[in-house]
Design a protein around this ligand. Structure first.
Ligand SMILES: NC(=O)c1ccc[n+]([C@@H]2O[C@H](COP(=O)([O-])OP(=O)(O)OC[C@H]3O[C@@H](n4cnc5c(N)ncnc54)[C@H](OP(=O)(O)O)[C@@H]3O)[C@@H](O)[C@H]2O)c1
Length: 273
């Protein structure tokens, strides 16, 4: 049975650009009232305005999810203004593109855990009472990198593996509460995540010569459609590509083959040799 979304309330982190923004607009179009968070206030305000134009309430609340106090303030503000949180989408995230041996600024490992993993932990903890009250849904936007190790993504993979373990665990704890937990693992999606991700020196990678619409990259529209379907079905897990689904099985019987596939994918994708 499909979950009726109209009139529900959702909180989304990382809603100013990319997947978070696309989900905010898709949920607004389905009549969901929104609490939107990210650091960039102007971009967030503009997304909230686009959502309001679709006829829903939409709040833009600046938050750095790496700061636990800000996570609590963000969720409390959204819940008190909107009256509830039926759906929480933990989407805020940052990436990295560097081999471990080349990394000169190890603080990127700390930052990645604080944003991708601990940010989701703190936001979820603050939203839990309201989610339980409304028998709601928690969505974690993880990654295929949360399923298997990927070269040049070691810190990112660690944070997404942590996310997967955390949300798999609380899914079991919440079984009798009526709250469902959905872990979504996209592959390459056409967003600006690569430009903002860390290089070996801890600085953002910046513009890449790569065309994001190329090859194995999924369009933002397709990714959003898949996530929206998972939300309405309250699916426990989505592994986004057919190749990755096969890879999950292969990892059980031939893990070395999956390592080679991951290496080849990163070489093709990032032009590494
Ligand atoms: N694109 C892909 O290929 C891909 C693949 C698999 C998984 N994912 C996951 O999908 C999620 C969304 O990524 P995206 O591709 O849409 O990237 P994106 O366009 O760079 O969006 C990232 C969002 O997270 C926010 N954010 C970053 N750091 C934050 C912080 N400290 N506090 C609060 N918000 C923060 C950003 O806003 P501000 O910078 O303004 O804070 C932005 O709204 C991430 O969790 C990512 O790991 C992406």
């Amino acid at each position: 049975m499909k979950w009726e979304l109209r009139g529900k309330t959702a909180i989304i982190t990382g809603a100013s650009t990319g997947i978070g923004k696309a989900l905010a607009l898709a949920l607004a179009a389905r009549g969901v009232h929104l609490g939107l968070g990210a650091r960039g206030q102007a971009e967030l305000e503009s997304v909230a305005a686009e959502c309001r134009a679709l006829g829903v309430r939409a709040l833009a609340v600046p938050v750095d999810v790496a700061d636990p106090a800000q996570c609590k303030h963000f969720v409390d503000t959204c819940v008190s203004e909107l009256g509830a949180c039926d759906l929480l989408v933990n989407n805020a995230g940052i990436g990295m593109w560097a081999r471990f041996a080349d990394v000169t600024d190890l603080s990127i490992y700390d930052r990645m855990m604080r944003v991708n993993y601990l940010g989701a932990v703190h936001v979820t903890h603050a939203a839990l009472p309201s989610l339980i009250q409304g028998r709601g849904l928690i969505v974690a936007i993880s990654s295929l990198t949360g399923k298997t190790g990927v070269p040049t993504r070691s810190g990112y993979a660690a944070s997404k593996h942590a996310m997967q373990g955390f949300f798999d665990s609380i899914r079991v704890e919440l079984k009798d509460s009526g709250v469902d937990v959905s872990v979504i693992s996209p592959g390459f999606v056409a967003t600006d995540i690569r430009k903002k991700g860390f290089a070996a020196n801890g600085q953002p990678l910046g513009d890449s010569p790569r065309d994001e619409s190329e090859g194995a990259t999924m369009s933002l529209e397709t990714c959003t459609e898949i996530i929206m379907k998972a939300i309405t079905r309250r699916e426990r897990e989505v592994v986004m590509t057919a190749k990755a689904k096969v890879g999950m099985w292969l990892k059980l019987v031939a893990p070395g083959a999956v390592d080679r596939i991951a290496l080849r994918a990163v070489r093709e994708r990032d032009g590494e040799r």
